[in-house]
Design a protein around this ligand. Sequence first.
Ligand SMILES: [Fe+2]
Length: 311
Amino acid sequence: MIVRRETENGRRESRLEKEKRCGSGVVDLKNRTLYVENIPFIYDFFKKLLKVSGLYKRWYANALDVKIRHECWKFADLPAGFNGFRILQISDLHIDALPELSEIIPALMRQVDFELCVFTGDFRFEIHCTTQRIDDLLKPIITAANQAEFPAIGILGNHDYLEYTLENVADMGLKILFNESIELKRGNDKILITGLDDVHYYRTGRLFEQREFIAKAGYKLLLIHSPEYYREAALYGYDLYLCGHTHGGQLCLPGSIPVITNSRSPRKYNRGRWQYKKLKGYTSLGTGSSGIPLRWNCPPEIVVHHLERKK
Ligand SMILES: [Fe+2]
């Protein structure tokens, strides 16, 4: 069961203000950053090119061919009650870009066992599509996620809208953590799970305000949309960092070499397993796809993380 919840809402206003002012902006002068992923004509140009080349159909089929991946992790400080705990990670659904996933993902989820399902952001893709459409597509996935022992948990990505996510997605039964931490309890044992807001585009995710609460915790799991906060997470003593955002590159060269990852982190943090000092991390290759919803040399995935206690 979930026993305690610490809330920090101080950054809610700044995210809302930035969503209104520059949602999906291309240039952030303050931070001297260019967001290539927010340039619409780039997608249109490549879409047309791929359709003419005949690759579009094949790569679209790749995007729907979601794999089940298993990752095992060993931790010395994992409480005995959580030995063997399984967390299913779904990331970057961008459900309106590939509506077929609304049926494909629940079917895959029924093939695996897990005690908790976490969604590491980017539920949607298009800014202007109706919320009703997103609701209808997300509902079967969230229902499947809540068949586990613990209620499913989600965080926001850079494609999400704060009010929509906190209201509609939460209403479907997903516990949204917005710069908040909760404790999961099994018997006398507990682990801390922190969900932070987006640090890639909105930059409104912070651990600082929760530092005292975090310092008292034992085993700690951090959910955050992108890998760019790994140094801070290590500093605060987190054990495991689950994120997504990069889609592993989505369209990769042979050898799974990403062309673009939309991340400020060094490449080794942008896909799959990684480690920074004592912090272990996993950057999902993404469950859905965005921009042009195609995949090449980078299969989409849902990931079962198996937590084990190191003897
Ligand atoms: Fe994404």
